[in-house]
Ligand binder design. Structure first.
Ligand SMILES: Cc1cc2nc3c(=O)[nH]c(=O)nc-3n(C[C@H](O)[C@H](O)[C@H](O)COP(=O)(O)OP(=O)(O)OC[C@H]3O[C@@H](n4cnc5c(N)ncnc54)[C@H](O)[C@@H]3O)c2cc1C
Length: 415
């Protein structure tokens, strides 16, 4: 595959852009692969990419029932941060954040990583204590964050109202190298690199059953026929419970709709990401000028990929308190995705009761930021058959053994 470069843009400009290649192939499925990954979201594609790059396993298919990146990966609000409390979480999220720093160069694809800084507002004394604790933990973990006062918050984000009617801003947890990236580009960049390594990305191909013999996986049945494999990775976010049922085991996961909305584009007014967990809303400004707003998760389990009015009302009400200027904005679009929530709000990267079948799920409302680190760890798990340092604590066993990785504070707002 030809490399993208400034020279390539100039060359194509001179010949009416007729020389660009397709970014990835649309192959016919082979009869058998070494590894099948179900789900061409960011986590599935990153798993395939690091299987090839780090472990030399390239006879891989990524099977997707819709179009690649059309699940939560293409529906999220793209916040990237690693300021989690528990050590295993900080390790995997910081690995991901640090891989994001050079992902565009690594994939030769501009993922538009923008480390503009993330503010998590403290609006109650309880939150102040929680974020001070996280800042101390992050210091020990080597994650660069600091707790800052309200004056610094105002300096970083002049449009903020510090004296909201219900909750004044008392301070914030500040991660200067957190930020955003372009969600589609992350999926497309990984897909292009996987295809370049000879891997097959099979879109419009739904997995309908998982084949097994002697307690081990042997392949999958799909809407395009049966495909055999030696190893299987299930990476389907909100549909994890459905695929686990096909494989014959149950997961401690609930699927709920989570939604977001964007405003009409306006001139640049905010160059940081702000999360306000107490009033429950968060906002950043896209490169096009739209205000990207994250809403809440539904309070009941469902598989609907759409928004609901009461969440929009609650989220906008919360943000108008914090940023009064947005009361005059028109909203352009709003949508939903299906997120996979665990009880401790931490992911599952694990072997399963079915031999040679592995699962990556439970990223809930906050897995976009984890994509590179999750793919790195999952590839290691699939290639070796045993968890490595990044994934050791995230096994399914923790729910049986009571070793929860409680991130309900870090994940207290949908992001
Ligand atoms: C509104 C919203 C806002 C969010 N905001 C943020 C944020 O700001 N920051 C952050 O870090 N995270 C955020 N998230 C969470 C983040 O989007 C997800 O954690 C992450 O994208 C999950 O990626 P994935 O690859 O696991 O899943 P997905 O991208 O959903 O990919 C899974 C794929 O599996 C496919 N699939 C399912 N069943 C089958 C089958 N039977 N056969 C074949 N394919 C199948 C699906 O079609 C889908 O494409 C947000 C999520 C939502 C919905």
């Amino acid at each position: 595959m030809k490399r993208y470069s400034a020279f390539a843009i100039a060359r194509e400009a001179a010949r009416w852009h007729m020389g660009w290649e397709r970014a990835w192939r649309s192959p016919t499925p082979k009869a058998k692969y070494d590894v099948i990954v179900i789900g061409a979201g960011g986590h599935g594609l990153a798993t395939a990419y690091y299987l090839g790059k780090n472990h030399g396993i390239r006879n891989v298919a990524v099977i997707e029932k819709g179009w690649l990146g059309g699940g939560n990966t293409g529906r999220n609000t793209t916040i990237i941060r690693s300021n989690y409390l528990q050590d295993p979480s900080a390790a995997i999220y910081e690995k991901a954040r640090s891989l994001y720093e050079t992902l565009s160069q690594d994939l030769n694809y501009n993922v538009m990583f923008s480390p503009r800084g993330v503010l998590m507002l403290a609006q109650t004394h309880h939150e102040v204590r929680g974020y001070l604790r996280t800042a101390h933990a992050n210091k020990l973990q080597g994650v660069a964050t600091e707790y800052i006062g309200p004056e610094k918050v105002k300096e970083l984000c002049p449009i903020i109202n510090l004296d909201g009617p219900r909750y004044p801003v008392l301070g914030a947890l500040w991660q200067p190298r957190g930020g955003t990236a372009r969600h589609d580009a992350v999926a497309w960049g990984y897909a292009r690199a996987c295809s370049d390594m000879g891997m097959d990305i099979l879109q419009q191909t739904e997995v309908t059953a998982i084949r097994q013999a002697g307690g081990k996986v042997t392949g999958v049945e799909t809407t395009k026929g049966a495909i055999a494999c030696d190893k299987l990775a299930i990476v389907v976010a909100g549909h994890s419970g459905v695929l686990a049922e096909m494989a014959g085991f149950r997961l401690p996961i609930e699927s709920v709709a989570l939604q977001a909305l964007v405003s009409e584009p306006i001139k640049p007014c905010m160059d940081v990401v702000v999360m306000a967990n107490t009033v429950h809303g968060y906002m950043s400004q896209s490169d096009k000028g739209e205000m990207v707003i994250g809403g809440g998760a539904d309070g009941y389990n469902n598989y609907t990929q759409r928004g609901s009015f009461h969440h929009v009302e609650e989220t906008v009400r919360a943000l108008v308190e914090t940023f009064p200027m947005i009361s005059r904005l028109k909203m352009l679009r709003w949508w939903g995705g299906i997120v996979d929530m665990t009880g401790d709000r931490s992911p599952i990267l694990s072997k399963t009761p079915l031999g040679n079948c592995f699962i990556n799920c439970g990223w809930g409302t906050g897995g976009f930021k984890a994509i590179p680190g999750s793919g790195w760890g999952m590839a290691e798990l699939v290639a070796r058959g045993e968890p490595g340092p990044l994934t050791a604590e995230f096994g399914l066993d923790r729910f049986r053994e009571g070793r929860f990785i409680d991130e309900s504070v870090a994940a207290g707002v949908a992001h």
